[in-house]
Design a protein around this ligand. Structure first.
Ligand SMILES: [Zn+2]
Length: 353
């Protein structure tokens, strides 16, 4: 029997993804890599388009046709760039196909009725589904693939937010809802565990084949809990992705920074903060100078105290906003200086300063 899904070995906080080149990922890293960004969205779009373009979609659903359709789906997912995500997607889709083709007609009828209700209520799903033709069957499987995908991503996002300690009230609520649902093991598609004996090392080896997004999230979170791996949210406000770290004090992730895709957040963002801090200190100094000028002028010319008071008020009210405009790039520094310089007492062409 073919094993469709993500095949990996797990040991001491490391997942080894099996395949042509075995690759190692520290626990949690695959989850953060696959469940964030565009990868799964792109893969799902590819599958959706291929179902629409399936040449045998009007054929009657027979055993042979199902097998050909499986091959067709596997082929459509050969071209994405991140193989573990692609294997997981293939596994999830083929699992739905295998499960549904095995249903007896009574169960299938009941199941289809429920699925049609769901599709009518939510336009994410195909409505034209069933067990009559290959096309109907593939659309039915796609709907259930999407449900598994949504459940997996949902679990990833709320669990990460809660574990990272910055979950909103809504996320906390969703987290406890999911935790109580996952208490029932039948909710999580089973992960296959294969045992073999390695004569070279005289030890047993366990290979896991995961064919569900939800099961993958549970698999990874269980090992993260066991190894006390921390999950943290990137403090770059334009990134906000979750990443794993040994220390909860880690601040920035290693993904490309949205502000500068050639560099990672942990490289780019602290430097940008430093640059902003230097610029901000510089602007504060200019504001302080402008204020001092007015205080000195008031001391030297008490008769203008009321006019100078107005200028000081205007300066204090506007300075923070103008400074922020410079930091945001909407006001230049010479414009900022000119604005500060407009806060002077003038008499003819000479100031009191
Ligand atoms: Zn980041």
């Amino acid at each position: 029997m073919r094993k469709n899904g993500l095949a990996l070995r797990y040991s001491n906080g490391i997942n080894t993804v099996l395949g042509r080149d075995a690759t190692e990922y520290p626990v949690g890293a695959l989850l953060c890599r696959i469940y964030q960004g565009e990868t799964l969205y792109n893969i799902s779009q590819i599958v959706r388009n291929c179902i629409g373009g399936c040449p045998m979609q009007d054929n009657e659903l027979t055993q042979d046709e199902v097998e050909q359709a499986e091959d067709y789906i596997l082929q459509t997912l050969m071209y994405d760039d991140f193989r573990p995500a692609q294997r997981l997607a293939q596994g999830s889709f083929i699992r739905c196909m295998e499960n549904y083709r095995a249903l007896d007609s009574k169960t299938a009828g009941w199941f289809l009725w429920q699925e049609k209700q769901r599709a009518t209520a939510d336009d994410t799903f195909f409505e034209d589904i069933g067990f009559g033709t290959v096309g109907e069957f593939l659309r039915l499987c796609y709907n259930n693939y999407v449900i598994d995908l949504i459940n997996g991503i949902d679990l990833f996002l709320v669990t990460s937010a809660v574990w990272a300690g910055d979950a909103s009230e809504e996320e906390k609520g969703r987290y406890s809802e999911l935790c109580s649902a996952l208490h029932d093991e039948s909710v999580i598609p089973a992960t296959q565990m294969l045992t073999s004996y390695d004569a070279g090392t005289s030890s047993f080896r366990y290979t896991y084949v995961i064919n569900s997004f939800l099961a993958m999230a549970v698999f990874e979170f269980s090992h993260m809990a066991e190894t006390a791996t921390k999950i943290v949210r990137c403090q770059n406000p334009e990134c906000r992705k979750f990443f794993t770290a040994k220390r909860i004090t880690a601040k920035y992730c290693g993904n490309p920074a949205p502000q500068c895709p050639g560099r990672s957040c942990n490289d780019y963002y602290p430097q940008m903060l430093y640059r902003d801090k230097v610029r901000s200190d510089d602007l504060d100094r200019l504001i302080k100078n402008a204020k001092c000028r007015l205080y000195n002028a008031r001391r030297r010319h008490p008769e203008t105290a009321s006019d100078i008071g107005d200028l000081l008020d205007s300066l204090m009210i506007g300075a923070d906003e103008k400074k922020q405009e410079v930091l945001d790039g909407t006001l230049t520094k010479p414009e900022f200086s000119a604005w500060l310089n407009s806060h002077r007492i003038k008499e003819g062409d000479s100031s009191y300063e």
